[in-house]
Design a protein around this ligand. Sequence first.
Ligand SMILES: [Zn+2]
Length: 137
Amino acid sequence: MEETKPVKLNCDFCKKEIECPPDMLDAKKHSCYECFRDLQDNEKLTEEEIENIHVDASTDEIMEDAMMSIAKETFDKIWKKERDNIKSMSKHEAAEAMFASGAYVMFKQVTDLMEEAAEEADKKKAKEKEVKEAKEK
Ligand SMILES: [Zn+2]
Protein backbone atom coordinates (compact mmCIF):
# COMPACT_ATOMS: atom_id res chain seq x y z
CA MET A 1 0.00 0.00 0.00
CA GLU A 2 2.72 2.46 -0.89
CA GLU A 3 0.29 4.89 -2.50
CA THR A 4 -1.32 5.81 0.81
CA LYS A 5 1.92 6.79 2.51
CA PRO A 6 1.74 10.42 3.64
CA VAL A 7 3.96 12.88 1.81
CA LYS A 8 6.04 15.37 3.77
CA LEU A 9 5.61 19.01 2.85
CA ASN A 10 5.57 22.39 4.55
CA CYS A 11 2.74 24.38 6.02
CA ASP A 12 1.97 27.25 3.63
CA PHE A 13 1.66 29.64 6.53
CA CYS A 14 4.38 28.89 9.08
CA LYS A 15 6.57 26.55 6.96
CA LYS A 16 6.51 23.84 9.60
CA GLU A 17 6.86 20.36 8.22
CA ILE A 18 3.54 18.56 7.97
CA GLU A 19 2.26 15.39 6.37
CA CYS A 20 -0.25 15.09 3.60
CA PRO A 21 -2.03 11.98 2.34
CA PRO A 22 -1.47 11.51 -1.41
CA ASP A 23 -5.13 12.03 -2.24
CA MET A 24 -4.99 15.52 -0.71
CA LEU A 25 -1.87 16.63 -2.54
CA ASP A 26 -3.75 18.76 -5.07
CA ALA A 27 -5.37 20.87 -2.35
CA LYS A 28 -4.76 24.54 -3.06
CA LYS A 29 -3.11 25.15 0.28
CA HIS A 30 -1.64 23.04 3.03
CA SER A 31 -1.76 24.08 6.62
CA CYS A 32 -0.76 22.72 9.99
CA TYR A 33 -3.54 22.58 12.54
CA GLU A 34 -2.32 25.55 14.59
CA CYS A 35 -2.28 27.84 11.56
CA PHE A 36 -5.65 26.61 10.39
CA ARG A 37 -7.19 27.23 13.77
CA ASP A 38 -5.70 30.68 13.86
CA LEU A 39 -6.94 31.50 10.35
CA GLN A 40 -10.37 30.20 11.13
CA ASP A 41 -10.67 31.91 14.50
CA ASN A 42 -9.74 35.22 12.96
CA GLU A 43 -12.07 34.62 10.03
CA LYS A 44 -9.28 35.08 7.53
CA LEU A 45 -10.62 32.35 5.30
CA THR A 46 -13.64 32.21 3.03
CA GLU A 47 -15.68 29.03 2.93
CA GLU A 48 -14.28 28.25 -0.47
CA GLU A 49 -10.75 28.55 0.87
CA ILE A 50 -11.58 26.28 3.77
CA GLU A 51 -12.83 23.66 1.34
CA ASN A 52 -9.68 23.82 -0.72
CA ILE A 53 -7.27 23.63 2.14
CA HIS A 54 -5.64 20.50 3.44
CA VAL A 55 -5.08 20.57 7.17
CA ASP A 56 -2.68 18.21 8.86
CA ALA A 57 -4.35 17.35 12.13
CA SER A 58 -4.68 14.27 14.26
CA THR A 59 -8.11 12.86 14.94
CA ASP A 60 -7.59 13.64 18.62
CA GLU A 61 -7.00 17.31 17.94
CA ILE A 62 -10.04 17.53 15.72
CA MET A 63 -12.27 15.73 18.20
CA GLU A 64 -11.09 17.88 21.08
CA ASP A 65 -11.76 21.00 19.09
CA ALA A 66 -15.13 19.79 17.90
CA MET A 67 -16.15 18.93 21.43
CA MET A 68 -15.12 22.35 22.68
CA SER A 69 -17.01 24.21 20.00
CA ILE A 70 -20.05 22.00 20.47
CA ALA A 71 -19.95 22.67 24.20
CA LYS A 72 -19.73 26.40 23.65
CA GLU A 73 -22.40 26.49 20.99
CA THR A 74 -24.65 24.33 23.10
CA PHE A 75 -24.19 26.48 26.13
CA ASP A 76 -24.87 29.70 24.21
CA LYS A 77 -28.02 28.25 22.70
CA ILE A 78 -29.39 26.94 25.97
CA TRP A 79 -28.42 30.06 27.80
CA LYS A 80 -30.34 32.26 25.39
CA LYS A 81 -33.35 30.00 25.56
CA GLU A 82 -33.41 29.40 29.30
CA ARG A 83 -32.10 32.70 30.58
CA ASP A 84 -35.50 34.06 31.51
CA ASN A 85 -36.68 30.82 33.06
CA ILE A 86 -33.54 30.49 35.06
CA LYS A 87 -34.03 33.86 36.69
CA SER A 88 -37.06 32.52 38.50
CA MET A 89 -35.38 29.26 39.54
CA SER A 90 -33.29 28.43 42.53
CA LYS A 91 -29.61 27.81 41.85
CA HIS A 92 -30.15 24.13 42.20
CA GLU A 93 -33.10 24.07 39.80
CA ALA A 94 -31.21 26.22 37.32
CA ALA A 95 -28.20 23.94 37.37
CA GLU A 96 -30.44 20.96 36.87
CA ALA A 97 -32.27 22.56 33.96
CA MET A 98 -29.04 23.62 32.26
CA PHE A 99 -27.55 20.22 32.75
CA ALA A 100 -30.59 18.36 31.47
CA SER A 101 -30.99 20.37 28.28
CA GLY A 102 -27.22 20.55 27.83
CA ALA A 103 -26.85 16.81 28.13
CA TYR A 104 -29.63 16.27 25.62
CA VAL A 105 -28.24 18.69 23.04
CA MET A 106 -24.70 17.36 23.50
CA PHE A 107 -25.90 13.82 23.09
CA LYS A 108 -27.81 14.70 19.95
CA GLN A 109 -24.93 16.59 18.40
CA VAL A 110 -22.45 13.86 19.17
CA THR A 111 -24.79 11.28 17.63
CA ASP A 112 -25.14 13.45 14.55
CA LEU A 113 -21.37 13.80 14.31
CA MET A 114 -20.90 10.08 14.63
CA GLU A 115 -23.50 9.41 11.96
CA GLU A 116 -21.78 11.87 9.69
CA ALA A 117 -18.41 10.22 10.29
CA ALA A 118 -19.90 6.79 9.58
CA GLU A 119 -21.42 8.10 6.34
CA GLU A 120 -18.09 9.58 5.33
CA ALA A 121 -16.35 6.29 6.03
CA ASP A 122 -18.94 4.42 3.96
CA LYS A 123 -18.51 6.84 1.08
CA LYS A 124 -14.75 6.44 1.25
CA LYS A 125 -15.05 2.67 1.29
CA ALA A 126 -17.40 2.72 -1.70
CA LYS A 127 -14.99 4.94 -3.58
CA GLU A 128 -12.03 2.70 -2.76
CA LYS A 129 -14.02 -0.29 -3.96
CA GLU A 130 -14.83 1.51 -7.19
CA VAL A 131 -11.18 2.31 -7.78
CA LYS A 132 -10.19 -1.24 -6.99
CA GLU A 133 -12.79 -2.66 -9.35
CA ALA A 134 -11.75 -0.27 -12.09
CA LYS A 135 -8.17 -1.43 -11.71
CA GLU A 136 -9.16 -5.07 -11.88
CA LYS A 137 -11.02 -4.63 -15.15
ZN1 LIG B 1 1.52 26.24 10.12
